[in-house]
Design a protein around this ligand. Sequence first.
Ligand code: G3H
Ligand code: 13P
Ligand code: ZN
Length: 324
Amino acid sequence: MIVTTAQLFKHAYGKYAVGAYNINNAEQAMGLFKGCVQSQAPFIIQLSKGARKYTDKRMLEAIIRAAGDVFPEAIYAVHLDHGDEQTCYECIDSGFFSSVMIDASHDPFDQNVAITKRVVEKAHAKGLSVEAELGMLGGVEEDIKVEDGNACLTDPDEAKDFVNKTGCDSLACAIGTSHGAFKFKGRQSLHFDVLEKIKARLPGYPLVMHGSSSVPKDEVDRINAAGGKIKDSMGVDPTEYLPAAKLGVTKVNIDTDGRLVWTRVHREYFRDNPGDFDFRPPGKIFIEEYAKFIASRNQLLGSAGQLTDLRASLGVRKDQFAKV
Ligand code: G3H
Ligand code: 13P
Ligand code: ZN
C-alpha cells in the first residue's frame, strides 16, 4: 500500500527512522519488499534520476506497482531522490510519487531557497511533500581540520531560516556523511552535536540523513576475495542510526550497501561457477541476500516490527490494498 511520506514521518518521528532504499531493477524491488515484509517495517523506495533512466522510468514504476500487488502487506512511500527542478515537476505531475527531493544544495543559499520554494508550491498543490537539502555532503575526513570539515556541515541557524523561508517538509542535513563507499578516513561518527542544535531549532521537524550506508567490512572483504579491488572503504556505524532517529532523523538513505550485496553475490557466484552463463541463479541468491540485508537494517533503524501499529494509526486493515 502506497502512503504519503508525511504519514510515515508522523508515525516514526522521534521513535525510529524509516529506511529509504534506492532501487533500479526488479531484483532489487523483490528483495526490498521481501525484506521489509519479513521484518514488518514501513519503508521508502527512492528513485534517482539515473535509476529512472537506466531502463525506462515506466519500467521502474510498473515494477514497483507489481511489487505492491505481490506484497499486499507492504506499506511504503515512493520518493524522487536528488531531483533537479524539472525532474521534480515531472514526478509531481506523474501521480505516482509520494514525495520529491529538490537538491539545490550546491547553489548559494538564496538560490537554493528560491528553487526549493517553487518546487514546494507545485508539490503541495498536488498533495506531495518535499525534501530539500542544506549543507554539503562529502569530504568530511579526519585529515581535514575540524573547522574545515565543519564548513561543509549544515548550519543550524541557517537550517531554521531555510525551512521557514521555503516551507519544505523535511530537510537533508550534512552531519558528517558522504555518498558512496569511502566516507571517512579513520573517524567514523556522526556529528550528533550539530544534529542536537538543529533539533533544538526545529523541534518535531523531520530530518534526513543521506550517505548512510555502513559499507560492511566483511562484505567488502568477500568482494575483494572474489576478484574485486575496493580499497579504503568506510561507512557509517549503523548502531548510530537509532540515536540519530531520537534526534529527529526520520529518513535514512541507503544505496551503496545494496550495490555491495549485488557485487558480492555476483562475483562469488561466477567465481564458483565459471562455466555458468544463466543470470537467474545469482539473481535469485541476490534477492534473498538483499532481503536479509534490508531486514537487518530495519532492525537497526527501529522500523522493524512497526507495521501493526502504523496500520492501526492509519486506520487500515491488514488485507486492505489502496492508496491512502
Ligand atoms: O545519492 C545518490 C544515490 O546513491 C543514487 O545514485 O544517482 O547513481 O542512482 P545514482
Ligand atoms: P549511500 O551512498 O551511503 O548509500 O547514500 C545513499 C543516498 O544518500 C541516496 O540519496
Ligand atoms: Zn543522497
